[in-house]
Design a binder for this molecule. Structure first.
Ligand code: 5GP
Length: 173
């Protein structure tokens, strides 16, 4: 297995996080914000982002894993669900990467069913060309081509999450 040169450097990531946090801070000024990280992949992005957001907020997490079958029907398992009350809050879901959109779509519907004041989605990476289910994305860090990436929270077999940059991952030939 080879982890190649950075596709996105630490510096590029930090600059993007600051830019997104600036937009989020403006959009949520004066509102009760609940930031929800989708784990494990969004762990690094989530913690960097919320530390740069300048409006008061509360945090929670949802831990999900998806088992995508041969067709487009993926089964999403929830291992830990959001515990915060959200009917009085504006919820911002924070995701690492949107690929087919199946995982995020199911989480989105789950959150909407709990009646938050509003719901927006922020994703660090977007593999738009792979989309199977349309999910509205409000804040996008980087759009990337159809390649498997690791680092900055994203894994392969739970490894490489601690790389401070994003790298393309490929099997050794
Ligand atoms: P989706 O349901 O959108 O197809 O899949 C989303 C999940 O698949 C992400 O949260 C992530 O865990 C995983 N995933 C999709 N693409 C990649 C990738 O390029 N690298 C890694 N490490 N995980 C990915």
């Amino acid at each position: 297995m080879i982890v190649g040169k950075p596709l996105l450097t630490t510096r590029e990531i930090q600059e993007k996080v600051k830019e997104l946090a600036g937009r989020i801070s403006m959009d949520y000024a004066g509102k009760e914000l609940l930031a929800v990280g989708i784990l494990k992949g969004a762990c690094m992005f989530f913690s960097d982002l919320v530390r740069s957001v300048e409006v008061p907020l509360t945090i929670d997490f949802i831990v999900a894993s998806s088992y995508v079958k041969m067709d487009t029907s993926g089964e999403v398992r929830i291992h830990y669900d959001i515990r915060e009350e959200m009917s009085d809050k504006h919820v911002l879901l924070i995701e690492d990467i949107v690929d087919t959109g199946i995982t995020l779509n199911q989480i989105r519907e789950r959150v909407l069913a709990r009646g938050p004041k509003s719901l927006r989605i922020c994703t660090f990476l977007d593999k738009k060309e792979r989309r199977v289910v349309d999910v509205p994305l409000d804040y996008i860090g980087f759009e990337i081509p159809n390649m498997f990436v690791v680092g900055y929270g994203l894994d392969c077999d739970n490894k490489f999450r601690n790389l401070p940059y994003i790298s393309v991952f490929r099997k050794k030939t």
